[in-house]
Design a protein around this ligand. Structure first.
Ligand SMILES: *[C@@H]1O[C@H](CO)[C@@H](O)[C@H](O)[C@H]1NC(C)=O
Ligand SMILES: *[C@@H]1O[C@H](CO)[C@@H](O)[C@H](O)[C@H]1NC(C)=O
Ligand SMILES: *[C@@H]1O[C@H](CO)[C@@H](O)[C@H](O)[C@H]1NC(C)=O
Ligand SMILES: *[C@@H]1O[C@H](CO)[C@@H](O)[C@H](O)[C@H]1NC(C)=O
Ligand SMILES: *[C@@H]1O[C@H](CO)[C@@H](O)[C@H](O)[C@H]1NC(C)=O
Ligand SMILES: *[C@@H]1O[C@H](CO)[C@@H](O)[C@H](O)[C@H]1NC(C)=O
Ligand SMILES: *[C@@H]1O[C@H](CO)[C@@H](O)[C@H](O)[C@H]1NC(C)=O
Ligand SMILES: *[C@@H]1O[C@H](CO)[C@@H](O)[C@H](O)[C@H]1NC(C)=O
Ligand SMILES: *[C@@H]1O[C@H](CO)[C@@H](O)[C@H](O)[C@H]1NC(C)=O
Length: 819
């Protein structure tokens, strides 16, 4: 037995040695130099083992590419690819090495297929080094001050922290971030992100030409159309510009392991992802928010539906050009092809029936239409029929439009969408033979009629009235919801002359009803969003009443006009009382406390007492109105979501306000009532301090107040130092401490750790005592991280130390006034 096992043991030992030797030679080297090339399964690893460079195959592909990925991320996540368009098939006979001062990839036949392609002088000592930030640099060994070439300046589809994405002012070249073609092909795909230096914005284009998204211009802190990006405790974007180049760069300071990436992926969307300690990528934000906003995502004759999975479907009579691309690779760009050839322009079918048209209701019409001067639909149809390249027509009030060539960027809209039009697409007559198609045709035509939308709106309102068990008659409805005519409101507001304010969805005007009751009239603007707002608002707040919720008196829905009528609130919105610069007037502490309590009661009612729970979704000082006695009223239910009793979560697109959005909402998962609790907590801090939580101070630093407050609470510091300095310390310290603790509790990262609004009411009423909750994780990182502390407290520490004497003074003054 022993004699037999010995050779095996030796063999094992030998293999082990061989393995070890191989392993050693694979060792942690971060450099490709004249002596060290990359071939087979050899890799190089950056000095602190963050990034790896080597050959990889994407998905089930059998092709190899030189790529870079994270050492610590469990599932291989590629951040950069060298030979994107030219794969190799045998990595053992291919080699990435230094050649003539460049880093060059030689294929199986020793032909160079990819090169850094720079002309450099000191070629003998050139080497390529993989750095810990993910930058592969080519440098001259004798002079490493400036790299000869950098992967950071030649990005693929990922924008890493620290790298720059911009524009070279000398050569006019732009760095493009380009999507992969599909999950298995890293070649540049159709979608690309680039900088527009003139207004410091980023845009995404389709096929390097058609723009379909813009970040909006940079105002020094955020991109105007990406407010959610600004949550200042995660990213630090900055814009740099000089005669040579203009670019943005960014750093990440608050993810647990600091692995964060920004990609444009095969969906045509840009996505910001953070790698969590549970070994998963967490989607932080994505733009454009809707998949169907990506231009031509479904290719020719593909139709995009935001609520179906997959998003793309071929139009009736068409099928995917490539099933494999479509089903396995999430690549819809090839689009769809006809199942049956058209007769027109096809010599083989000379004797077939004439082509026919299929009506597709509620479609968004494609671009590049041609208008024809014909007077009726029949003439429009026959005009299209007589042009063989004509693939569709639409006849609307505005006349006859036809399209020639492939139809792209088709989207099936909801039946009640105002932008929906009926598109008639050309199909071979034989496609109409099956009974299934004909049925679809009829059903579709009814649902798509323009009347459909009006009808649906009518239903919504009718439903509310029914619940009130009254028939709409004289205009007055039980529960006093009134239907006003536009003329009524014109008269009441003196033709909309006195503007009280405005927001994203319209303007608010002051008015007086004939019985001299003062009203505020909100005129909703853009039809699409306005319509949605209008309905949400009428269907949520229209059916409930509470002393701390603004009262909707009625509405006007006439033609395209949508107006909402509320009780007038003499003292306007809370923000105006908190964030003003006028030091002579300041909201007293007792008033603030009552406001906090009132809002909590209003929200508790919304969350717990109504027939179905309502998530307000946009709690912030702007949306708290104050009546003549400073009684707070929660207003603006345009974003509210109804949650049936049986559901505890709703999915919603992110439309709230930055600074008040709960982390789970930003992460794009379904939200619960606790999202309101979070926003409420953020607002409490502002109520206490009289300033915006994330106000930027003059030196450009962001002082995140909740963090400061939490630190002071934890360390048992002077809570009075958190108080609005304009109050001169004139506050009930016990109440102040209570409110700060509640606020801290409300902004816990975990929803389940936050209190309900009902509980908040009881605490603020003094019925329940509250202990100090744990420091929220996202803040804890600040607290634990010295760097960040310096970043946020600079002026705050000054403030708390220098405020010691004023506090003492103010304490005296408050005693003297009370005595
Ligand atoms: C590369 O090889 C040359 C001679 O072949 C040697 O002088 C040099 O030190 C080597 N460089 C490295 C980095 O090993
Ligand atoms: C790769 O192959 C596996 C097993 O054959 C299969 O389950 C998977 O769907 C394939 N992935 C792709 C992207 O084709
Ligand atoms: C290198 O760049 C030159 C022009 O600068 C270009 O003509 C050539 O095709 C490039 N070679 C490779 C391999 O990209
Ligand atoms: C190193 O390179 C930089 C930039 O290319 C150049 O300005 C500098 O003079 C070089 N230094 C030496 C010692 O060659
Ligand atoms: C993209 O544009 C090029 C011309 O710049 C054109 O040849 C190509 O067909 C376009 N691709 C698609 C999918 O339309
Ligand atoms: C943000 O980035 C800029 C430029 O890189 C840097 O100067 C600044 O200190 C950073 N701010 C913080 C708070 O890290
Ligand atoms: C870019 O360069 C041109 C001339 O080369 C100059 O006129 C222009 O001001 C530069 N732009 C920036 C942003 O520096
Ligand atoms: C989109 O897809 C969903 C789910 O498949 C379906 O219920 C809905 O009717 C589709 N929408 C349109 C407008 O076709
Ligand atoms: C439609 O218009 C054409 C001419 O443009 C006319 O000949 C035809 O009679 C019209 N048909 C109807 C039904 O009005």
């Amino acid at each position: 037995m022993r004699k037999k096992s010995n050779p095996i043991a030796m063999l094992v030992l030998l293999m082990l040695c061989l393995f070890l030797k191989v392993h050693i030679s694979l060792g942690a080297d971060d450099t490709i130099s004249g002596n060290h090339s990359l071939s087979g399964n050899r890799i190089i690893v950056s000095a602190r083992e963050v990034f790896v460079l080597g050959f990889f195959t994407p998905g089930n592909s059998s092709k190899y590419y030189i790529g870079m990925w994270y050492k610590q991320v469990a599932e291989q996540t590629i951040v950069w690819v060298a030979n994107r368009e030219k794969p190799i098939f045998d990595r053992f006979s291919s080699e990435l090495r230094i050649s003539d001062g460049n880093l060059v990839l030689f294929d199986e036949s020793k032909i160079p297929i990819w090169s850094t392609n720079v002309s450099s002088a000191g070629s003998s000592e050139v080497k390529a080094v993989l750095r810990d930030d993910g930058n592969l640099v080519l440098e001259d060994g004798s002079n490493s001050s400036k790299p000869i070439w950098e992967s950071f300046l030649n990005p693929a589809h990922t924008w890493l922290p620290g790298s720059r994405l911009g524009y070279n002012n000398k050569t006019g070249e732009k760095q493009l971030l380009t999507s992969w073609k599909n999950l298995e092909d890293p070649a540049p795909g159709l979608f690309s992100l680039e900088l527009v230096p003139s207004d410091k914005s980023y845009i995404i284009r389709w096929n390097r030409s058609r723009q379909y998204w813009s970040s909006g211009d940079w105002n020094g802190q955020i991109f105007s159309k990406v407010p959610e990006m600004s949550l200042n405790y995660i990213f630090n974007f900055s814009f740099e510009s000089n005669v040579e180049e203009s670019y943005f760069t960014y750093s990440v300071y608050l993810t647990a392991n600091k692995i964060s990436r920004f990609v444009i992926d095969v969906s045509g969307q840009v996505k910001q992802q953070n790698y969590l300690t549970n070994n998963q990528w967490n989607l932080f934000w994505t733009q454009p928010r809707q998949q169907c906003e990506v231009y031509a995502f479904c290719g020719a004759y593909g139709s995009c539906n935001e609520t179906s999975l997959p998003f793309c479907n071929c139009l009736m009579g068409f099928e995917p050009k490539s099933r494999h691309d479509w089903d396995d690779l999430q690549d819809y760009s090839g689009g769809c092809i006809r199942k049956t050839e058209l007769r027109c322009g096809n010599n083989n079918h000379m004797n077939g029936e004439r082509d026919k048209f299929l009506e597709l209701p509620s479609m968004s019409l494609p671009e590049n239409r041609q208008s024809l001067q014909v007077g009726n639909i029949t003439a429009c149809e026959s005009a299209c029929l007589n042009i063989c390249s004509c693939s569709a027509y639409a006849y609307e009030d505005d006349g006859c439009s036809i399209w020639t060539g492939d139809l792209v960027n088709l989207q099936q809209l909801e039946a009640d969408n105002k932008n929906g039009r009926t598109l008639c697409i050309r199909l071979a007559a034989s496609e109409f033979k099956s009974p299934k198609n004909r049925k679809g045709l009829i059903v579709g035509a009814v649902a798509g009629s323009a009347a459909g939308s009006v009808f649906l709106l009518g239903l919504t309102l009718l439903f509310i009235w029914r619940r009130r068990n009254k028939v709409f008659g004289t205009g007055k409805v039980e529960g006093s919801l009134m239907a006003f005519t536009y003329r009524d409101l014109q008269n009441a507001t003196k033709n909309f002359s006195e503007k009280l304010g405005g927001g994203g969805f319209g303007s608010v005007f002051k008015g007086t009803l004939p019985d001299s009751i003062m009203i505020a009239v909100k005129k909703l603007e853009s039809v699409g969003q306005g319509e949605k707002q209008f309905r949400t608002e009428v269907s949520t707040i229209g059916s409930i009443q509470h002393v701390n919720l603004v009262r909707l008196r009625g509405f006007c829905s006439q033609g395209t006009k949508r107006l909402l009528v509320y009780d007038y609130m003499a003292n306007g919105s809370l923000d105006a009382h908190l964030f003003h610069e006028n030091n002579s007037y300041v909201l007293a502490w007792e008033t603030r406390y009552q406001i906090a309590l009132g809002i909590a009661r209003g929200l508790a009612y919304l969350h717990e007492k109504c027939r179905s729970c309502i998530i307000h979704c946009d709690i912030k000082p702007e949306n708290i109105l104050l009546d003549d006695e400073f009684c707070p009223k929660v207003a603006d239910f345009g974003l509210a979501k109804l949650v049936g009793r049986e559901f505890s979560r709703v999915l919603t697109t992110m439309r709230g306000t930055r600074g008040y959005l709960a982390p789970e909402w930003i992460a794009g998962v379904a939200i619960t009532l606790k999202a309101d609790v979070y926003s409420y907590g953020m607002m409490l801090f502002e109520l206490v301090s009289g300033r915006r939580n994330a106000k930027q101070s003059e030196d450009g630093k962001v002082n995140f107040f909740p963090t400061l407050a939490t630190c002071i609470l934890v360390e048992g510091g002077n809570v009075l130092s958190l108080l609005d300095p304009r109050l001169d310390g004139d506050a009930d310290v016990e109440e102040l401490e209570r409110i700060c603790k509640v606020a801290c509790w409300c902004i816990q990262d975990e929803e389940s750790h936050r209190p309900s609004m009902g509980l908040v009411v009881q605490i603020l009423e003094g019925i329940i005592e509250v202990n100090l909750p744990p420091v929220p994780r996202s803040l804890k990182l600040y607290v634990d991280n010295k760097e960040s502390i310096i970043f946020f407290t600079d002026s705050a520490t000054n403030k708390s130390s220098s405020s010691a004497s004023p506090d003492a003074k103010s304490a005296n003054s408050s005693i003297s006034t009370s005595s």
